[in-house]
Design a protein around this ligand. Structure first.
Ligand code: GTP
Length: 485
């Protein structure tokens, strides 16, 4: 995702500098509940360098300190540790702001082809040297002895959690920050037992360690509850803050089936405007449905009736749109696909790889949630993508089973052939078709199963060119689907 970005060499000791204890608040009744400057977001902003677009030049402290060339700016490379312009005994206040580019810079991108290429390379060069000077300043400011800039160790932190009622049952949405990119990755945790008055003690709750930890000595119970560090169900009369977890509880592998996990990548088109070029929206919905299904527990004696526990697991939702190439490139790729190229070739024609995603952040989020950790119960991974399995195993995630994601349109068309592909732990949806149409994908435009020629082509390419582990059924067209109705 960020591989090869020369701006990633951010010195982590700056985080300590930025997280130094805040001065005592003179008016505690109105203090902010979130940190004024989130150090992880700042780290990502520094690491990614200044982005010059028409409306956004870069983030900077005000008064300006990052761009040594800017009028009135302070050159950080010359900083000796004294606060700029501060008088004896006075603290100088900096505000972190987003600045617009000067007009001359904004107009640069509007030149002719040759001219804008030249401008682009000049901009890249300027970015490189500016980023180098920022890094020098950061190193000096943090007073470390680190001679060379090393890639920063990945750090993630769950900033907030809340309950979300979904058509498939309750879920807990967790929002994460990290020091690699400036994206807000998410985890949708399905664990309704956490809302029960008498949870099964053999099944530990899926909790974030970083969220449940104590962030500062001055943090109040209400601060913790507001950011989601509470247990049970929140209501006007029930507010119990959570306790920090020392270690994630270890569950023996045979006591309950391992939680079902999906690592899902953002797809604006499929998930928000109901595009049927891909099955992403449907997959997200289907993943939450499958994870929410009650889990059958084998009975201890042959005569005892079978029991179930509530569904458990999580979808880690990564903001790596378009298999990591971004929405702009994906839109261009769609036009190339309309010209007859497939999803892989279109990416390659635009100078991208077929897949530019990374799963390091996903693995870190799962570890934070105590899922797939060494010595633990392992996870069952919902995917057809062999690269995803491999990449997560490389991150030391303990995967005990791969569970296929069968596209809904294929489940309907090829119901009998498909049933055998699903492991017994995943129940086939027995609802009648009309009920299924109504409930599944209720939050997506159009609902139900995505279908059509575009989707057939996309799915076939994933099998034929990307090695996705799905059966290849005889090709169908939109007309066949209409004939079935
Ligand atoms: N570049 C590109 N990206 C696409 C296209 N269609 C969908 N995507 C992206 O592909 C990603 C979907 O990936 P996932 O939902 O994680 O699934 P997957 O890697 O295909 O594999 P599974 O786990 O088996 O579903 C999202 O980021 C989509 O935006 C396309 O035609 N071109």
């Amino acid at each position: 995702m960020t591989a090869g970005n020369p701006h990633n060499d951010f010195d982590l000791s700056l985080l300590d500098l930025l997280t130094a204890p805040a001065p005592p608040n003179s008016n505690p009744a109105h203090h902010r509940r979130d940190a004024e400057l989130d150090p992880l977001l700042l780290a990502a902003a520094f690491a990614s360098g200044p982005h010059v677009t028409r409306n956004h030049y870069h983030h900077d402290f005000f008064p300006p300190v990052m761009d040594p060339q800017a009028q009135g700016a302070y050159d950080w490379t010359k900083w000796t540790g004294e606060e700029i312009g501060s008088r004896q005994g006075q603290r100088k206040k900096y505000t972190y702001v987003s600045r617009q580019a000067p007009r001359s810079k904004r107009l640069q991108g509007l030149g002719s082809g040759e001219e804008s290429k030249e401008n682009e390379s000049q901009q890249r060069e300027a970015q490189r040297s500016l980023s180098a000077s920022i890094n020098t300043a950061v190193l000096t400011a943090a007073r470390t002895d680190t001679a060379a800039s090393l890639p920063a160790d990945l750090k993630i932190k769950c900033m907030a959690r809340t309950r979300i009622p979904t058509p498939h049952g309750p879920a807990f949405l967790h929002l994460y920050h990290n020091n690699r990119d400036n994206k807000e990755h998410l985890a949708i945790v399905v664990d309704p037992a956490q809302l029960s008055d008498a949870p099964n003690p053999a099944v530990p709750p899926i909790r974030s360690r970083s969220l449940d930890s104590v962030w500062s000595e001055s943090e109040t119970e209400m601060d913790r509850i507001t950011r989601g560090a509470y247990v049970g169900k929140l209501s006007p009369s029930a507010q119990t803050p959570s306790q920090p977890l020392v270690d994630h509880p270890v569950v023996s592998a045979d006591s309950v089936p391992s939680p079902l996990i999906r690592i899902h990548s953002e797809c604006f088109t499929g998930e928000t405007i109901g595009s049927m070029r891909c099955d992403c929206g449907e997959q997200l919905d289907e993943a939450i449905r499958l994870i929410s299904q009650p889990i059958p527990i084998p009975s201890e004696t042959p005569d005892a009736p079978p029991t179930t526990i509530p569904g458990r697991g999580a979808v880690v939702y990564l903001r790596q749109e378009g298999r990591g190439i971004g929405l702009l490139s994906k839109i261009r790729a769609y036009n190339l696909q309309d010209l007859g190229h497939d999803t892989v070739t279109a990416n390659l024609m635009l100078g991208h790889k077929a897949d530019e995603r990374g799963y390091e952040i996903a693995a870190a989020i799962l570890r934070d949630l105590g899922l797939g950790i060494e010595g633990g119960e392992g996870v069952r991974l919902l995917t057809n993508n062999p690269d995803k399995v491999q990449a997560l195993e490389k991150e030391d995630l303990r995967i005990v089973e791969r569970v296929p994601m069968i596209p809904r349109s294929w489940q309907r068309q090829h119901r009998h052939s498909v049933e055998g592909l699903l492991p017994s732990s995943v129940a086939v949806d027995e609802e009648d078709e009309a009920e299924k149409e109504r409930r599944s994908g209720a939050t997506l435009i159009g609902g139900g199963a995505a279908h059509g020629d575009d989707l057939e082509k996309y799915l076939r390419t994933k099998i034929l060119r990307m090695g996705h582990m799905l059966p290849l059924f005889p090709e169908r067209t939109d007309k066949d689907s209409l004939d079935d109705q």
